[in-house]
Design a protein around this ligand. Structure first.
Ligand SMILES: Cc1cc2nc3c(=O)[nH]c(=O)nc-3n(C[C@H](O)[C@H](O)[C@H](O)COP(=O)(O)OP(=O)(O)OC[C@H]3O[C@@H](n4cnc5c(N)ncnc54)[C@H](O)[C@@H]3O)c2cc1C
Length: 819
């Protein structure tokens, strides 16, 4: 066994072996993998082998697409068959909302180039002759389906062996029966792994340990939010009907998913495999996998499956006469949002996770591809925010993960409404004024563990969402909140913002080298600053305020807390000249905005608030009511006169009451997240994570005014220089969408030119309640980005005309902000 390698992968399931394979494809061949027992002995050996291309996530969709393409070429490349049955994949719909979901997905599929067909019942029957189209109360009529002709199922063990062969032929080593027992950092910054067969030192570690993710994380002091849930499928004996159909010349049937009944069905040796995603499946191994669970399974629990078996039998009567051969019940790893954890571990250098795969056979290829890219190149080739392990924070306690993972499992097949807010493990993290906000009729949502008010139900209005892909019950109320902010004054609680304090003699120079804009040099100035990737993409957005000499206050998206904190702390210079403190939980934030905001705030403070004393884009430390040390920033994300008040958290209650008391004569009211979405789109404000991602540079995002190419150096500058020299391929656009009556764009819709060619994608969209226009923002090829250009956008399967508007269609000259 080697004692030193460049990368050591821990875990010999399909995901670990794929990572090893892809490292070798990137030219890193001094790499090894250790597996505690035998390859595939974890969840890989018993997987059903389905490869669904369908995924609502733009990122995960790309990973799955890569996998399916790779698996088709692997046999030729490695000489190892993988039993890829390209049967196609049929997802049924029995209600209009399900068809809406498929149509929404089609937008994403189009933007990433996944081929699909939306088909009607007659074509379903043609593709799947053994199906009942239904039409009775217990077997609803199929109204349509989504068909992927190019995916199917594969033999997971064969796939792993093909990847193994590819990796080994390039020089990678694989050591079975070798368990990682301990990991420690060496003085030179490498990782020494104590294994059951001796020590191996590596520059980089990859954890791909499947059900063992919590245990292996613990060896490094990481609380990895991955806990498996039981998943079962039934293996049926031969089916006479299926046999007759196949012997009559019928081709292998497509993998069938009846989403509205939460099961999948595929052929298996003239019989069937039926896999439900049922309620009541328990999380397992929250404390770690016990020693007795080797290549094992749990006992089958048929009772949980019965409703799905009955539904499937009504849909496919050929199941009725088949005996059950086996029930496979195994652990399937999950994260709280159902997507895997792929990328750097927080707080540790050169430690990488490829964990929490619930569709790991499908995702193995893509996750290995991008993780290898990340390790070798220092960053991934596509936007990986949706799977970055740092999208979760310290709030993922064991109980939280158990509850969320069980919830995610039983919701695999629910309709993924864009405004869905799942209830389990809530409320957990709340602002100190949660109860006060709740008393104002808040309808809550959750992000990064925080409760946030999405909208406010006026007295007498039902306090709940009717989730939909279209305008829904809250539309009118969100509109009223938006107008309140534009015409009077409103308050948004943005306490979840991520907040860092940067201090010390090196603070300014260090921050300046991290971002493309100039960090403010004068006390009381603030600047919007973007940290870029080395490829020039946007990795983070910070509002940087100079509070005092050698003291900066750095604010970023609430959901980016661990992501940004990890990046900032790993970028610190080693000379102690910069102090960095994550102070997210020590300061609250209220946004007070609207034409009357000055009059409201003036009652709480002696600080002059007039334009000359307190101009737009400046900050002051003020007293407000009884609160001291309030950082008042004259900026906001809604494009109105107003202040972000960042206060010591212990004053939250007091300030809230005092503001509402002062605001009474002006009609001050609460404004929720959905109204904020509407307001920010009217101003073309880009949101980190959806409109600003590593896929686009600040030039593509038309954020040129926040980039100082004349600065000495900053991360990403070289890539930007190259892009400027070669031409900026895409440009940010704001679109007015015409003819919308109930389905506004929401992001991930393709954009087309007059000739019907796809030329871009929307990244966000909403109804602009004050402009009374349906709006989308996104990226189009540069030649289509001029104001006045006529484009088309596809929303839920319908093409609508869209006009490129001048940026910031509401108040383009920022007169409100400067008022
Ligand atoms: C019943 C069932 C059906 C499924 N069907 C599908 C499907 O149809 N399609 C699909 O895409 N997915 C399916 N899955 C999910 C799929 O099985 C997993 O997502 C996938 O196998 C995960 O692979 P992995 O490599 O991450 O983990 P694993 O296969 O579990 O591999 C992890 C490996 O790490 C090793 N290991 C752990 N700790 C150490 C250590 N300290 N030192 C050395 N080695 C260690 C383990 O021994 C194990 O071999 C199914 C799962 C179940 C339970």
């Amino acid at each position: 066994m080697k004692t030193h390698v460049r990368v050591l992968v821990i875990g010999g399931g399909v995901v670990g072996v794929s990572t090893l394979y892809h490292l070798t494809r990137k030219g890193w061949t001094d790499v090894a993998l250790i597996e505690r027992t035998e390859l595939t002995a974890g969840s890989t050996w018993h997987a059903a082998g389905l490869l669904p291309l369908f995924n609502m996530s733009y990122t995960v969709g790309q990973l799955h697409k890569y996998s399916v393409d790779l698996y088709k070429r692997l046999p030729a490349e490695t000489g190892q068959d993988v039993s890829f049955h390209v049967t196609g994949n049929l997802r049924l719909a029995t209600c209009k909302e399900r068809m809406d979901e498929y149509q929404k997905y089609c937008g994403t599929a189009n933007t990433i180039g996944v081929p699909f067909e939306v088909i009607g019942p007659a074509r379903v029957k043609e593709l799947w002759p053994l199906i009942e189209l239904g039409g009775s109360p217990d077997t609803p009529a199929i109204i349509g389906a989504l068909y992927h002709p190019h995916d199917g199922h594969i033999a997971p063990a064969d796939l792993t062996m093909a990847l193994r062969k590819g990796a080994r032929s390039a020089g990678a080593e694989i050591y079975e029966h070798t368990e990682a027992l301990g990991m420690e950092r060496t003085a030179s910054g490498e990782w020494r792994v104590r294994t059951s067969k001796g020590d191996i030192t590596a520059e980089h570690l990859v954890l791909a340990t499947g059900n063992y993710a919590r245990q292996s994380g613990r060896l490094l002091g990481l609380n990895v939010p991955a806990i498996p849930v039981e998943h079962q499928y039934i293996v049926y004996d031969e089916s006479a009907e299926l046999k007759a159909y196949r012997q009559g010349g019928g081709r292998e049937l497509a993998v069938l998913r009846e989403s509205d009944q939460s099961y999948y069905l595929r052929e298996e040796r003239m019989g069937w495999i039926l896999g439900p995603y049922e309620s009541g499946a328990p999380a397992r191994f929250a404390e770690g996998v016990p020693d007795w669970f080797g290549r094992s399974l749990f006992p089958g629990d048929l009772d949980r499956l019965v409703p799905h078996v009955e539904a499937a039998t009504r849909r496919v009567p050929a199941l009725e006469n088949c005996g059950i051969k086996d029930i496979v019940n195994g652990p399937i790893s999950y994260s709280p949002d159902g997507s895997p954890l792929i990328g750097p571990a927080w707080g540790l250098r050169n430690v990488w996770l490829n964990e929490a795969h619930s569709f790991g056979i499908t995702a193995a290829g893509g996750s290995g591809w991008q993780l290898a890219e990340w390790i070798v190149e220092g960053e991934p080739g596509i936007d990986m925010l949706a799977v970055d392990p740092r999208r979760f924070g310290a709030y993922t306690s064991k109980r939280y993960v158990v509850k969320k993972n069980e919830e995610t499992y039983r919701n695999v097949f629910v309709i993924h409404f864009p405004d869905e807010e799942r209830p389990d493990a809530r409320p957990a993290k709340t602002s100190p004024v949660y109860a006060l906000i709740d008393a104002k009729g808040a309808v809550w949502g959750q992000r990064y563990g925080w409760e946030r008010a999405n909208w406010f139900a006026p007295p007498g209005v039902e306090r709940r969402d009717r989730w939909s892909f279209r305008r829904s019950n809250y539309f009118e109320h969100v509109g009223n909140e938006a107008r309140l902010m534009r015409e009077h004054v409103g308050l948004i609680d943005l306490t979840p913002f991520t907040k860092h304090e940067v201090t010390g003699p090196g603070a300014e120079g260090w921050l300046d080298g991290l971002v493309a804009n100039k960090v403010p040099a004068k006390i009381g100035r603030l600047a919007l600053c973007h940290a870029l990737t080395r490829r020039g993409g946007i990795r983070s957005e910070f509002t940087v305020t100079k509070i005092a000499e050698q003291h900066y206050y750095v604010v970023s998206a609430g959901a980016a807390e661990r992501y940004d904190s990890d990046y900032l702390s790993k970028s610190l210079p080693g000379d102690g000249s910069v102090g960095l403190r994550n102070i997210t939980n020590t300061r609250g934030c209220f946004v007070l905005a609207g034409p009357k905001s000055r009059e409201v705030l003036a009652q709480l403070t002696d600080t002059p608030l007039d334009n000359a004393s307190f101009p737009w884009l400046t900050a002051q430390t003020i007293e407000a009511g009884l609160a001291v040390e309030v950082y008042a920033l004259r900026v906001n994300f809604v494009g109105a006169l107003g202040w972000e008040l960042h206060f010591p958290i212990e004053y939250a209650h007091h300030l809230f009451d005092a503001l509402f008391e002062a605001g009474k004569p002006f009609g001050l009211g609460m404004v929720g997240m959905r109204a904020m979405e509407s307001l920010r789109l009217e101003k073309s404000y880009r949101m980190w994570g959806s409109d600003m991602t590593p896929d686009y540079t600040p030039f593509e995002a038309s954020l040129d005014r926040f980039v100082r190419m004349n600065k000495a150096a900053f991360i990403g500058k070289e890539a930007l220089e190259k892009q400027l020299a070669g031409g900026v391929p895409n440009r940010f656009v704001t679109l007015e969408v015409h003819g919308v009556t109930d389905a506004d764009p929401l992001g991930n819709e393709p954009l087309f030119d007059a000739g019907g060619r796809m030329i871009g994608r929307a990244t966000s969209g909403y109804y602009g309640h004050c402009l009374r226009k349906s709006l989308a923002i996104g990226y189009a090829r540069a030649e289509f980005a001029q104001a006045g250009t006529q484009l088309a956008i596809e929303i839920l399967g319908e093409r609508r005309q869209a006009t490129v508007l001048r940026e910031s269609p509401y108040d383009p000259d920022n007169l409100d902000l400067r008022a």
